[in-house]
Design a protein around this ligand. Structure first.
Ligand SMILES: O=C(O)c1ccccc1NCC(=O)[C@H](O)[C@H](O)COP(=O)(O)O
Length: 212
């Protein structure tokens, strides 16, 4: 029986979705950040989402979205959860959650102890927290950079909300990351790709197996 729920983020092709589902992913992320090699538009997402069986959550990843973008995505594709991957304030998270009536996962980028403390700001307004590595200085993308953070920063920390670990997780390091942090949910994008934006079925299978 699986103990860890896995999210595969940045799916762009139907065959990758079939492979991720077959391997046991519980969440699939669709990326609406235009500069990303993993970008999909709402129409494409709607077609891809039709391939996703019940029980696997379809997550819309957005960065500092305005209502117009969210209206378009939610009005076009059957999204189950919104992932906020920008600098959204607690007030904006609450507003989005109320407007769309969907669960919201707020991302907090971590590089040091002060960042870990920020997780508490969202405990009353989000449904889940995604604890990701802070993007390296000068990076073009706010996430999906394949960079881990110091997992020991999370040791001894407890949160009331469900949370997910991300940032540079790969088939080779995910078991150690889980052991050090106690994460019960993990997320990966670049760690299961053969090239930027191209998910590799063997790597997805290996990741989910290693996550346990
Ligand atoms: O993946 C992207 O291109 C991306 C672009 C803009 C914001 C977030 C993005 N990715 C986030 C993720 O896919 C993951 O949730 C997370 O950052 C881990 O990515 P990785 O380190 O590549 O596993």
């Amino acid at each position: 029986m699986k103990r860890t729920s896995v999210k595969i983020c940045g799916l762009t092709q139907a065959d990758q979705i079939a492979a991720a589902v077959e391997a046991g992913a519980r969440y699939l992320g669709f990326n609406f950040f235009p500069k990303s090699p993993r970008y999909v538009d709402p129409e494409t997402c709607a077609h891809l989402a039709a391939e996703v069986p019940p029980g696997v959550a379809k997550v819309a990843l957005v960065v500092n979205p305005d209502d117009a973008l969210l209206d378009e995505i939610i009005g076009t594709a059957p999204i189950d959860m919104i992932q906020l991957h920008g600098q959204e304030s607690p007030e904006r998270v609450a507003e989005i959650r109320a407007r769309y009536g969907l669960p919201v996962m707020k991302v907090v980028g971590v590089a040091g102890p002060d960042d870990v403390a920020k997780l508490d700001d969202y405990s009353d307004v989000a449904d889940q927290i995604l604890v990701d590595a802070k993007a390296p200085k000068g990076a073009e993308l706010p996430g999906g950079n394949g960079v881990p953070f110091d997992w020991t920063l999370l040791q001894g920390r407890h949160w009331t909300l469900p949370w997910m670990l991300a940032g540079g997780l790969t088939p080779a390091n995910v078991a150690l990351a889980i052991r050090l942090t106690g994460a019960r949910q993990v997320d990966t994008a670049s760690g299961v790709e053969s090239a930027p934006g191209v998910k590799d079925p063997d790597l997805m299978r290996a990741f989910i197996e290693a996550a346990g």
